[in-house]
Ligand binder design. Structure first.
Ligand code: NAD
Length: 497
């Protein structure tokens, strides 16, 4: 394992690409403007990124349309496209140290988390969808003998992807990999808070033999570059991960423009239910702690509502606080020993602290944390925070905080737990902890969530469709069903009469 000093030294050698990546080359923004990239661990400006706007989106989409029309990507044999994506994954692997450094400096994620979680998941994602390419199958339907009917899956065209900053590379690859695997072209607009790693990924695709123009990237702000992409008449589908509020705007932009398809992966307020009969309280507490404080709580499916049955409530709270005190070490995210980095920005830190203050003013009991951990001067840290005595009407139980803040609510009956869990605008994920198999099935059937975990939290692999019910979204990432969502069916009816 490299030391903090090694990483600090490596950071001084980094060459940061700041341009938009269109047509296989870095370009300045057409208006010549840029925006600052800030390291949230220190407040230092680390780069000035080209600030793409509508004219840049036009150029990126036009480049994608040209690549779509001349079939330079979709026209390749499936095996040839697979090989490009596998080489892309190889290059990501070869550049993992550079990519990890970029991510850590840009968004404050501990370097060991990027190396141990984000990058392995990015590789699995690219390789999984590469492997899927020649597994896409159409159908021959059962018709009268005078006809032959084929159902074919065809790619869509130029797809726009707008992604968030919490797992910058992974959230982008959950979109880009299946979009490309299906034979489409893509224009990616990463989050302005953490654009560095994705900018590099676009180039690595071309370095891997991907035809220029097939994967273009425009950095910039949501209301400028993001909105222009969402309104663009030549973008046939928009795939989005981010907040519910922006997801609703995108549906409007699609209606105002070309009625493009809009796939949304949005916010969450995921409940974890702990029943009196769960078989291992320590294991459950461990996952409750990790489920909210990993990545400093900046996780869409974070377990931010802990519903604990009365019989184990007091012991659960005691062990939760004891475990949390041991589990995290705040510090410089370049230090491999750090397990709690800063939040992505100082603005987000202020927002999370304000939500904590609101929880207190609404009458919840602040049982742990609540302040900005002073691990590094100038860093945007927030302490792991726990509220107890929370009730369903409080903002900490209703609104997404997107930080290391969770609330425990005690309940008596299983019906009460289900009602509390489902009393939310969101429906991304939920968990139930019980040793009773029948009860577990009952909860799975009753919980309104796209993912339900039983006796675990956050587990899964590429075969698990990921996405939400209700205002958590309308689509699924991962799994073959994500790949197929970037295709459209064509019915070919042959008369044999
Ligand atoms: P955000 O909605 O503020 O921004 C997401 C992206 O949308 C960014 O690229 C941003 O520039 C862009 N954007 C903002 N305004 C826009 C506009 N008017 N038009 C077009 N694009 C616009 O979200 P965030 O703060 O970056 O990320 C946190 C949110 O993402 C949380 O709500 C979290 O739950 C959600 N999220 C969901 C999932 C999931 O799979 N469901 C995964 C990760 C994050």
């Amino acid at each position: 394992m490299r030391s903090r000093d090694d990483w600090v030294a490596a950071a001084t050698q980094l060459s940061i690409r700041t341009g938009l990546y269109i047509d296989g080359r870095y370009q300045s923004a057409r208006a010549g403007e840029s925006f600052e990239c800030v390291n949230p661990a220190s407040g230092a400006v680390i780069a000035h990124m080209a600030r793409g706007q509508a004219a840049d989106i036009d150029a990126a989409v036009a480049s994608g349309v040209a690549a779509w029309k001349d079939r330079r990507w979709r026209g390749l044999a499936p095996r040839a496209r697979m090989e490009v994506l596998q080489r892309f994954a190889d290059l990501v692997q070869q550049h993992s140290q550079e990519l990890a450094l970029l991510e850590t400096l840009d968004m404050g994620k501990p370097i060991n988390d990027v190396l141990g979680i984000d990058l392995p998941e990015v590789l699995k994602t690219i390789r999984y969808f590469a492997e899927c390419i020649d597994k896409i199958e159409g159908a021959v339907t059962h018709t009268d003998a005078s006809a032959l009917h084929l159902i074919l899956h065809e790619p869509l065209g130029v797809v726009g992807a707008i992604t968030p900053w919490n797992y910058p590379m992974l959230m982008a690859m959950w979109k880009v990999a299946p979009i490309l695997a299906a034979g489409n072209c893509v224009v990616l607009k990463p989050a302005e808070q953490a654009p560095l790693s994705c900018t590099r990924l676009a180039q690595l695709f071309v370095d891997a033999g991907g035809p220029p123009g097939v994967f273009n990237l425009v950095n910039g702000f949501g209301p400028e570059a993001g909105k222009a992409l969402a309104l663009h008449p030549d973008v046939v589908k928009l795939s989005f991960t981010g907040s519910t509020a922006v997801g609703k705007l995108l549906l409007g932009y699609a209606g105002q423009s070309n009625m493009k398809r809009v796939a949304l992966e949005t916010g969450g307020k995921s409940p974890q239910i702990f029943l009196n009969d769960l078989y291992d309280l320590d294991a459950a507490v461990d996952r409750a702690v990790g489920g909210i404080y990993d990545n400093a709580g900046q996780v869409c499916n974070a377990g931010s509502r802990l519903l604990v049955q009365r019989g184990i409530h007091d012991e659960f709270v005691r062990r939760f606080i004891a475990r949390s005190a041991l589990a995290y070490r705040a510090g410089d995210p370049l230090d491999p020993a750090t397990t709690l980095g800063p939040l992505v920005s100082h603005a987000h830190q202020r927002n999370v602290l304000a939500r904590i203050a609101r929880g207190i003013s609404e009458g919840a009991h602040l049982a742990m944390g609540g302040g900005s951990a002073g691990a590094l001067p100038g860093g945007a840290f927030v302490e792991p925070t726990l509220f107890t005595g929370a009730t369903a009407n409080m903002s900490i139980c209703r609104e997404e905080v997107f930080g290391p803040v969770t609330a425990i609510t005690a309940f008596d009956t299983e019906e009460e737990a289900i009602a509390l869990a489902n009393d939310s605008d969101y429906g991304l994920a939920a968990a139930v902890w019980t040793s009773d198999l029948k009860k577990a099935h009952h909860f799975v059937a009753q919980l309104e969530a796209g993912v339900v975990w039983v006796n675990c939290f956050g587990d899964g692999d590429m075969t698990q469709p990921f996405g939400g019910f209700k205002q958590s979204g309308n689509s699924r990432d991962k799994h073959m069903m994500s790949l197929l969502s970037y295709t459209q069916s064509k019915s070919a009816w042959f008369s044999l009469a």
